[in-house]
Design a protein around this ligand. Structure first.
Ligand SMILES: C[S@@+](CC[C@H](N)C(=O)[O-])C[C@H]1O[C@@H](n2cnc3c(N)ncnc32)[C@H](O)[C@@H]1O
Length: 289
């Protein structure tokens, strides 16, 4: 059952990780620290799935609209850009560390907007990873654009990749389950959850477009994180790419949405964040899951 998590803790690299344990239970371990350093301490080929919602480098003095008000984009110092070159170097470093940790059957999902996702895709190609899909997540409740100089940003992209680029495909994909979830039609690479009334899309011959909003208030019952992902998004990913008892890693854990989806579905979870407050929030959510 939770053996692999315990095995992980008992691995030769344990001494490096031991001091960073923030919380643990039978089906999860949370580590506090810099992912760039901690990822190096795990055994190679340990994880079935990695979900990473990294810094998008958005907090650079711009403005957005929240509840009808103009507010500064200020997610945290971790979200500031250090310039294109340094940002890409950071992205490449943590992706390379994740590549080492994936089992041959494992995959990584990385979310992002245009501010980071091209760097993510390029780094994956540089590292010889295989990009499997680029899923577009449509957010029907996206904030309006205040400057009126752009189309309203209403999507995020999710790049799905396996660690090796060549040879036979080895990655886990629960194709039949996804098809069943999609009313018997092949699931497409445009997701929008939950439904918001796009009925003409719902009745489309090729299957449903699932509508997926930002997290519901009930998902913030234990506290708030500025960039919390909706649980439905992570449940879809966990369902698609793992089986019972699989080991799931999130190197930018935040409020622990990946963990809540993983543990809720009988998987085991390892989360890393540099911020103890967010790990406390993750623990509360996991213990309630
Ligand atoms: C975009 S948020 C993740 C939100 C998460 N997906 C959720 O649903 O709550 C990124 C998180 O990564 C953390 N972080 C940023 N840089 C980090 C680093 N180098 N090492 C560890 N954590 C980091 C931040 O504290 C932040 O909580």
């Amino acid at each position: 059952m939770p053996q692999a998590a315990l095995d992980l803790a008992a691995s030769p690299s344990h001494s490096e990780l031991k001091d960073h344990v923030h919380a643990r239970a039978k089906n999860y371990v949370l580590y506090r620290g810099d992912s760039l350093a901690l990822l190096e301490a795990f055994e190679p080929k340990s994880f079935d799935l990695i979900f990473a919602d990294p810094p998008y480098f958005l907090s650079n003095g711009g403005f957005t609209c929240q509840s009808g008000k103009r507010v500064a984009v200020e997610k945290g110092s971790w979200d500031k850009s250090n310039g294109v070159e340094d940002d890409h170097a950071f992205t490449t470093r943590w992706l390379k560390a994740c590549q080492r940790l994936l089992k041959p059957s494992g995959t990584i999902w990385v979310s992002g907007t245009q501010h980071v996702i091209f760097s993510v895709g390029f780094a994956m190609q540089q590292l010889g990873m295989k990009v499997l899909n680029t899923v577009t997540w449509y957010k029907p409740n996206a904030s309006p654009n205040l400057s009126c100089r752009y189309f309203t940003h209403s999507t995020e992209l999710l790049v799905w990749a396996s660690p090796g680029g060549k040879g036979k495909l080895q990655h886990t994909f629960n194709y039949a389950h996804m098809k069943q979830e999609n009313g018997g039609k092949q699931m497409r690479d445009v997701w929008a959850l939950p439904k918001t009334g796009d009925e003409e899309l719902a009745s489309d011959e090729q299957g449903r477009l699932w509508t997926m909003t930002t997290p519901k208030p009930s998902e913030k019952a234990h506290g708030k994180h500025p960039t919390q992902k909706p649980i439905a998004l992570l449940e879809r990913i966990v369902d698609a790419c793992t089986d019972t008892d699989s080991l799931v890693l999130d190197p930018f854990c935040g409020s622990g949405t990946t963990g809540v989806a993983a543990v809720g579905k009988g998987r085991r979870f390892v989360g890393i964040d540099m911020d103890a407050t967010y790990l406390d929030l993750t623990k509360k959510r996991l213990d309630a899951a």
